[in-house]
Design a protein around this ligand. Sequence first.
Ligand SMILES: C[S@@+](CC[C@H](N)C(=O)[O-])C[C@H]1O[C@@H](n2cnc3c(N)ncnc32)[C@H](O)[C@@H]1O
Length: 274
Amino acid sequence: MVLNWLVVSALSGSSVSTAQPPTPVHGQEGQDAPWVVTPQELVDTMLDMAAVEPNELLIDLGSGDGRVVISAAQRGLRAIGIELDGGLVALSRERAEEAGVAEQTELIQADIFEYDFSNADVITFFLLPELTIRLRPTFFNLRPGTRIVSNTWDMRGTEEDPEAPGWDPDETIVLDPCPGFCSANAWTVPAKVEGMWQLDDGSELELRQRYQMVSGELRTGGRRITLQEGRLTGTLLTFRAAGIRYRAEVDGATMTGAASQADDTDRWRATRQP
Ligand SMILES: C[S@@+](CC[C@H](N)C(=O)[O-])C[C@H]1O[C@@H](n2cnc3c(N)ncnc32)[C@H](O)[C@@H]1O
């Protein structure tokens, strides 16, 4: 690579020291998405929606001029930006330096489809819809509880049918007045609960799962009760059955929690069946 630059420089008569990546231009094409910035107000909203905490790790996929990474670092997070364009990586490093957060940030020139971001607590992105559809299976298999926030695009649709149902956001906020791009979507990666579970009292719980939405049946005392309002928020499972509200923390093959009706609350626990 260095040799190529030397050859090009020698042929063009320029010196090696001028071999800089081109200066980024807003709106320029990227490999998979152009460079368009998220308005600062929406960046702040996205970080609020992710309920970021100091010392967490945020990774921005396609980090542009580094504004999401810098804002996260200013809130005390460790923040990594993954960006393919060398000019933008250089610009974002300069901006992080100017903002005094160079130590807490890493601005890496890489392809988001080749970078392992599974250690993030929070993922942010502003990419085109077809990219988010491609990333959706990877996102769904991240550690339960990982928060994902996007500028504008959601994770509905398929490559063949952009209107097809997909992974609905847990929350959408639309800014009014709109600062240019107005909406942000947030998801929390749910635990995987699909299958048969047995409660300690011998009852059986059959769960079906579509992303964070849960349906199924509780079989207890000879009755089959259809679950209502089943939902996962990260590792927290909630549903209602025969007027009783169930909540449980899912930890691998065990879930433990409370079942409440009026003023009565009982503890319950279930284990996954093979
Ligand atoms: C719409 S901009 C978003 C920039 C920044 N995250 C923000 O919100 O202001 C998308 C960025 O993704 C970058 N990009 C596109 N395809 C990429 C890829 N495969 N890997 C890494 N970065 C990519 C583009 O160069 C561009 O800077």
